[in-house]
Design a protein around this ligand. Structure first.
Ligand SMILES: [Zn+2]
Length: 267
């Protein structure tokens, strides 16, 4: 399918969905997002390329240009090449550039949740491929891909690190080496959920360290740091700082989903 056919198909499905949603709310008097799970019951790995049925696939909010060259935050109109968002100018991150495949919404949350808790490990393939496409420019400039590490206690409870699973697909797709053991958690952190922006930054301070083997591997290298979700950016910023301090030349960030505030006006 061409891009145009895809977007026409998507627009059509969205309008059908909107009508159904309207009808559902009117008939039942309930919010549809409560009535319907984000991914439907027919979204199974079998017979659905990418693990999503066409209707759910069409509801994924892919991030496309125009966006802030630095942070990858989508703009509502195209201000021209190289224009930065207010956030990038007012509060520049330690990392160089950030890109995300999709907006963090109900469907993205459900995809991350299913991957994280291990009932849909197959989703890492399509999610990682969407990330590789969104981060093409970053990966073209990269020497290695580094996942954000999971604390071993969480690894134990959850079986695997979803950032590492995504990073593996991204690295293979881009033909860039993967460094899974470059970073480690120096201490456990509490969940970032529910914390303010400044509390998140404090929570991850000193939480990450570069391993001795990692230090040799990243010296002078241009890295792409991979995580599943970018919220305040505190986690990837903390990882970037330790990587740069240990001798990395440059760190860009690639995530599956990022939180995007409703309206963005470039300056
Ligand atoms: Zn579905």
């Amino acid at each position: 399918m061409s891009e145009t056919e895809l977007s026409a198909n998507q627009a059509n499905q969205e309008s059908v969905f909107a009508r159904v949603a309207q009808f559902g709310r009117a008939a039942l008097g309930v919010a549809l997002d409560v009535a319907l799970p984000p991914l439907c019951a027919s979204c199974t790995p079998l017979g659905n390329p990418g693990g999503l049925c066409p209707a759910c696939w069409s509801r994924v909010s892919f991030i496309a240009p125009p966006y802030c060259e630095r942070l990858g935050i989508p703009f509502t109109y195209d201000p021209g090449p190289g224009i930065l968002s207010m956030e990038a100018i007012a509060d520049p991150p330690a990392y160089g550039r950030a890109r995300a495949a999709v907006r963090y919404d109900d469907i993205a949350r459900d995809l991350v949740h299913r991957l994280k808790y291990g009932d849909r490990l197959d989703l890492a393939t399509s999610m990682g491929q969407w990330m590789a496409r969104a981060g093409r420019a970053l990966l073209d400039d990269a020497d290695a891909v580094v996942p954000v590490p999971l604390h071993w206690r969480r690894l134990w409870g959850r079986r695997f690190n979803q950032a590492a699973a995504l990073a593996r697909v991204v690295a293979a797709d881009a033909g860039v080496p993967l460094l899974t053991a470059a970073l480690r958690r120096a201490r456990a952190t509490s969940q970032q959920v529910g914390l303010s922006r400044s509390a998140r930054a404090v929570n991850v301070q000193g939480a990450f360290a570069v391993t001795p083997a990692g230090k040799a591997a990243i010296h002078g290298q241009r890295l792409v740091l991979v995580d599943d979700v970018l919220t305040s950016g505190a986690t990837v910023d903390a990882c970037t700082r330790v990587l740069l301090r240990a001798g990395a030349r440059n760190v860009d960030v690639l995530v599956f989903a990022r939180v995007v505030a409703p309206a963005r006006v470039p300056i």
